[in-house]
Design a protein around this ligand. Structure first.
Ligand code: NAP
Length: 288
């Protein structure tokens, strides 16, 4: 109970009730740290926003075309809008997930991509000490299967009446955005305590797979046939060149021992794809 600044408490003893002044200082409430997540409508940003919200941070997310209630709409290529956003929300940490990430689009619309990926990013980076987290190909809870190069394989897997070729040359390390989000939060919390945590870190799942191997693994995870999937051992034609092997050296991040262990591909991919199965009762059959 509190009264005009004085803190009073009621004490009971047999036959008596006392109203006494409580001299003990009230515990000071520590405000939750504030994070601003850009690209919070995108594949990674959605997971990052949720991770910080669940981790006790005061989290604000921004988007552009898909910005919806409870998210802010902000074009990050508009410098004044970005300045206003930072002044208003005064974040302790900014997790910048907004980017044009499709290599072919970057090649076709270079100026727009440079404005977002380079200029907007460098403007945000000037606001504070910077940590860059590099990651390989990502998948997660998608709004449509084509949203991730990994979940898009579902379309070929489920069409078992027609044969489909899948690249069997480029080595990839499909990584779940929920694991990346957990790393972002753990790294932010550590970097707030230790200002020497700056610069470039890598994070990646450990399972190495070609797209053909991912397709077969997805089919197996859902007990579907995979005989219609054919490995393509020639380099696929694409407008932007891609590395043969995208393995990242994650040793610098591992030394921080943040305690984030990627879960197996076969279990996490089923989490992400079951909403797209024809028979959604599949999940209930398998998990309950
Ligand atoms: N996905 C992958 O496989 C992958 C692999 C390696 C690295 N990455 C990196 O991970 C980060 C996140 O990628 P992602 O897959 O989550 O991308 P994404 O799903 O394509 O999302 C891109 C986000 O950027 C926002 N955005 C685009 N233009 C904007 C602008 N002018 N102003 C403000 N926001 C803008 C989009 O907002 P709206 O949709 O609301 O317009 C969306 O929220 C990127 O840095 C990417 O390079 C991704």
């Amino acid at each position: 109970m509190s009264c005009a600044g004085a803190h009073l408490k009621i004490e009971f003893s047999p036959g008596h009730v006392h109203l006494v002044q409580d001299d003990q200082e009230e515990e000071e409430e520590v405000p939750a740290p504030r994070v601003l997540v850009t690209g919070a409508t995108g594949l990674l940003g959605r997971a990052v926003l949720r991770e910080f919200q669940n981790g006790g941070w005061s989290a604000t997310g921004t988007g552009l075309r898909r910005a919806r209630p409870r998210l802010l709409r902000c074009d990050l290529t508009d410098e004044d809008a970005v300045r206003g956003l930072i002044q208003e929300y005064k974040p302790d940490v900014i997790v910048h997930c907004a980017a044009e990430r499709r290599p072919d689009v970057v090649e076709r619309h270079t100026e727009a991509a440079v404005n977002l990926n380079v200029h907007a990013t460098s403007m945000l980076a000037k606001e504070a000490g910077t940590v860059v987290l590099r990651v390989p190909v990502l998948f997660g809870e998608v709004e449509w299967v084509m949203e991730s190069a990994v979940t898009s394989l579902w379309l070929k897997v489920e069409s078992s009446e027609e044969t489909s070729t899948l690249d069997h040359v480029q080595q990839r390390f499909p990584t779940d955005v929920r694991d990346v989000a957990a790393v972002c939060r753990a790294l932010s919390e550590r970097a707030r305590q230790d200002p020497s945590i700056r610069g470039i870190f890598h994070f990646s799942a450990k399972e190495q797979m070609t797209k053909y191997e991912m397709g077969v693994a997805i089919a197996q995870a859902f007990n579907l046939p995979s005989h219609h999937l054919l490995p393509l051992t020639e380099q696929p034609a694409a407008s932007a060149s891609r590395p043969i092997n995208s393995q990242l050296n994650c040793s610098r991040l591992e030394m921080l021992d943040l305690g984030v262990q990627p879960k197996p591909f076969s279990s996490t991919i089923t989490d992400c794809l079951w909403p797209f199965t024809a028979d959604k009762r599949w999940r209930q059959t398998v998990f309950h």
